[in-house]
Ligand binder design. Sequence first.
Ligand code: SF4
Length: 193
Amino acid sequence: MYTYQLQDSLYINLTNRCTNSCVFCIRKKPEGMGVDLWLNREPSSEDIINEIPNPDLYKEIVFCGYGEPTIRLSQMLQICKYLKEFKTKIRLNTNGQGNLIWGEDIVPVLAEHINAISISLNAKDMKQYNQLCLPENKEQSYDAVIDFTIECQKYIPEVCLTVVDTISAYDIEVCRDIAKKLGTNFKVRHHIK
Ligand code: SF4
């Protein structure tokens, strides 16, 4: 499934590839999200655009699926260019490793196309991040997420750091403090078991 609706929002599932393999990832649950988001092939931007003839029907359109959307940055931006002709809000849910993935700062170009971004912080430090998110790049990923967030704060109107409530209440508060210091919003996501 390339797009799926949850409440008033439409979600775009661009890829199943990800640079993390989080222990709590919904992709690891046999029942997943209740909709089949495993892709036989990655959709083209035209495939997605064809599924959204009326973007203004939705409160928000969100890039978020069983994978990291920024891995398919150019397709994502092409879809955003189409969506920008409408009024609906565009949000990216990301693991925050876009700059690490591309080896350059992609935030200014993202900021031209999206209104809001949710970045998965998930951990209070690198050690915890590596234990929970199992990133491909254990040396650089956590710091890259923090640096990416700092850049997003400069250019994107709504920035939110998120954690999943698998960590302790104390660790959640440490993460909340990190968000506060960086000046972002903060959200605790419930772990779907
Ligand atoms: S970053 Fe998101 S898609 Fe990637 S493994 Fe973690 S929870 Fe799953």
